[in-house]
Write a protein that binds this ligand. Structure first.
Ligand SMILES: Cc1ncc(COP(=O)(O)O)c(C=O)c1O
Length: 394
């Protein structure tokens, strides 16, 4: 899943050009740059692809989430309902805004369960944050409906699914805001970088100011002579990353095409071997960055993993994944005990995630490389067959 796999001469040319022009700051020096603004081009490309009204390039996906939360006006103590199956950055972003993460359960697709979200909505809830995990969309129709019903913004954490779609629309462009990551583990990378998408001019203005020390950006004034709007931080993206981002988005469809072709072959072999792939809300829109199988029991998942990895695979059981499952995030439990926001203890105790725990204990996953040749695909198929044999046919 490392985006550098597709690096080539295009990236070298893009970066070299920025360095030769010595113009790495995305803002200011308007009279010296011949009208060249690479981060802005990257943002415009993201807007064109997704149909979003606004796109803001930021330092990384975590920053994108924080900026989105600031943009919708999240205040200390506000509750945000999200999923226990995500990269920890989702809740870190909430905590960074001194807000309180409230964790729902997951549904059969392993995405945030909309029914559990509805049960958790309270007078303190200020946003819903579904996460599109391991390539596949969360239940966006339900979240859009819940957002409308309870007048709550929906922030899509689409950091893992650049280019993924849901019913024909790009993930990240369906909610009030959506975030993309281009970190080194993603299918498309710029080293470190992120984008926030939104259709709201007001939210965009707040995010744009906040991510750059409150600057009200304008090409009519040079930097420093611009107005200020409150306090902010520095989550700016540089022109080097912007230049890489333009190339990354140009390569997006071909990268996804390679992943999808490999995954199709692996899934066919898996189905033939009697395995149940993770059901998804929109198969066509899956970015195919991962394969996930749901075994009938946790014991069978363990047998699958052992045999598949013995045969050369690199499968893991999602419930054991310390990066992606809240049960392992002890710091959150401690924060809840201290309750230093003066709010009720957030619902992230292991007991509140019993359903998620049972499902994630039966789920085995492996990441796919973008440039898998036939022998790499065949090797994974052999591992899948060995896992299936050990888990299912005894
Ligand atoms: C679901 C999810 N959200 C947020 C992030 C944070 O992105 P970044 O690493 O660019 O800060 C990641 C990165 O792994 C992620 O997978």
């Amino acid at each position: 899943m490392a985006g550098t796999e597709i690096f080539g001469t295009e990236e070298i040319r893009a970066v070299t050009d920025v360095i030769e022009r010595r113009m790495v700051h995305r803002y200011g020096s308007h009279h010296l740059r011949n009208g060249i603004y690479r981060v802005e081009e990257f943002e415009n490309k993201a807007k064109k692809i997704t149909g979003s009204g606004y796109a803001l390039g930021v330092a990384n996906g975590t920053a994108a989430l924080i900026v989105a939360l600031k943009g919708i006006g999240i205040q200390p103590g506000d509750e945000i309902i999200t999923t226990p199956f995500s990269f920890i950055a989702t809740v870190e972003a909430i905590v960074a805004c001194n807000a309180v993460p409230v964790l729902g359960e997951i549904d059969g697709t392993l995405g945030l369960d909309a029914d559990s979200v509805e049960r958790l909505i309270s007078g303190r809830t200020r946003a819903i944050m579904p996460v599109h995990m391991f390539g596949a969309a969360a239940d966006m129709d339900r979240f859009t409906d819940l957002g409308k019903k309870y007048n709550l913004p929906v922030i899509e954490d689409a950091c893992e699914v650049v280019g993924g779609t849901y019913k024909g629309r790009y993930l990240g462009s369906l909610g009030t805001c959506g975030t993309w990551s281009f970190d080194p583990n993603k299918t498309l990378t710029v080293g470190e970088g992120g984008i926030v998408l939104t259709d709201s001019e007001d939210v965009y203005f707040k995010m744009d100011c906040y991510h750059d020390h409150g600057h009200i950006h304008s090409k009519e004034h040079d930097r420093g002579a611009e107005g200020k709007s409150g306090l902010g931080v520095n989550y700016r993206l540089s022109e080097v990353q912007g230049a890489l981002g333009i190339v990354a988005l140009e390569k997006m469809l071909s990268a996804l095409g390679m992943l999808r072709a490999a995954k199709k072959k692996i899934l066919k072999a898996a189905l033939d071997a009697g395995l149940k792939p993770r059901p998804v809300h929109d198969e066509e829109g899956d970015t195919a960055s991962h394969v996930v199988f749901i075994l009938p029991t946790a014991e069978k998942a363990k047998r699958f993993k052992a045999a598949a990895n013995h045969a050369g695979g690199s499968f893991g059981i999602i419930a054991d994944n310390t990066w992606h499952y809240a049960k392992h995030w002890k710091a959150l439990e401690e924060m809840g005990e201290k309750d230093y926001f003066g709010n009720r203890t957030p619902s992230y105790s292991p007991a509140s995630m019993a359903k998620s725990d049972a499902m994630l204990s039966c789920a085995v996953m492996a990441g796919l490389n973008t440039c898998m040749d036939d022998s790499a695909v065949e090797k994974m198929i052999e591992a899948v067959r060995a896992g299936a044999q050990a888990a299912l046919q005894r």
